[in-house]
Design a protein around this ligand. Sequence first.
Ligand SMILES: [Zn+2]
Length: 471
Amino acid sequence: MKDLFPLLILCLVSLLSFGQVSLSKETQSYVSHARGNYVLQNLTIVDGKGNLPKIDQDIIIKGDIIEAIGKDLPIPKNYKVINMAGKSAIPGMVMLHEHLFYPKATPGGFGVNQMSYSFPKLYLAGGITTMRTAGSIMPQADINLKNFIEKGMIPGPKMDVTSPFLDREGTGLIELTPLKSTKQAVDAVNFYADMGATSFKVYNFITKEDLKAIVDAAHKRGLKVTGHLCSITYEEAADIGIDNLEHGFYASSDFITDKEPDACEPFKQSKSLLELPVDSEEMTNLINHLVSKKVALTSTINVFEPYTNREIVPGGGIDALYTDAKEKVYKRWASKQGRDSLDYVMFNKSKVWEKAFHDAGGLLVAGTDPTYDGRIVAGYANMRLLELFVEMGFTIPEAIKICTLNGAKYLEQDKTIGTLEPSKTADIIILNEDISQDIRAIRSIEITFKNGIGYDSKKLFKAADGIVGIR
Ligand SMILES: [Zn+2]
């Protein structure tokens, strides 16, 4: 114990010596641009509002704020000038379906391991500056992580922490305790809100009565509820007052013709979606209903990306996986080659439906959902998701807007984050290549600025190599 004291004092000194921003030594080791006053010159900019790209732009950063953006801006005194010709800039991403865990083999079912060390780094490396976790298995760890990141103790994005999955018996996830009553669901909302959770997520086996009580309790505190549904239809949930639905239309049970109330019937559900014509009137009606009820829809289309002729780990993060996971993911990918035609059908339909929701005026937001079979890796997945939005038919500025401003709008933080505009927080991704010409330039992230501090993306990615699945 005694030996630890010099170390503690050293840590304290390093925290204090960084001016107003207290960054630990660990966090500082990933910083390429300390907080200061910068003129980033000659960038191509996609602003997050859906506007056409602009070339030869300067961004002036003053501390943690974007002071000005424009062409050939006069250089204020004592600002550091950096020529960024050939590079491009977009807002830091605001992603709404993130997790801090990775799947593991568990006897008798499915389990997950908390990734408190690797995932925050990977998210920041991949350009995420704000994220909502969409369901937690270690809420206390997620809440602490959020606070540790805010204090500069570890590098990572700003976080909106969601409660543990609120669900009844049925899911079989070993890390989750099912709720026994509606009263317990309400108690959970209040308990986790008091702990620091700012969002809630209901899951597959929840009842309508539970959902109503959860929505009322959360709304009373000014907090929002999302759901990965199965037992409740999208229409029912929208009428009850849910704020957000996860996984596009993959979790919609609205089209089961003989649906039992409050019952989750996954086989009937996927069959009904497969059989539903892509241009059906029923889907158009559901979309219009959701839009009229102002329910946001989260696309996690990357999770459903088929295997055949596609990357093993979408976004390119295979080296982040520890050896066993790498082997497992590779085997599954290889076994699926040429054998996932049904997945392709659903994937293609979902792309059309999600875009139709957006085009009908709905708030389409994005998240990467790093769970499932281990193929989805934090940080890498969000780069891939952005590419898939373009594959879905969105223009590059629209795709970027979905991953930035739309998320900020949902979180009601669009006055301060989500776009590149003067007086907004300096959350900026600097890319080595020109993203306005090719969305794949998202894979060339050089710096992620969060609150005006520039983090070295490559170094953050590298720090997580080989440990995803372990810690
Ligand atoms: Zn999820």
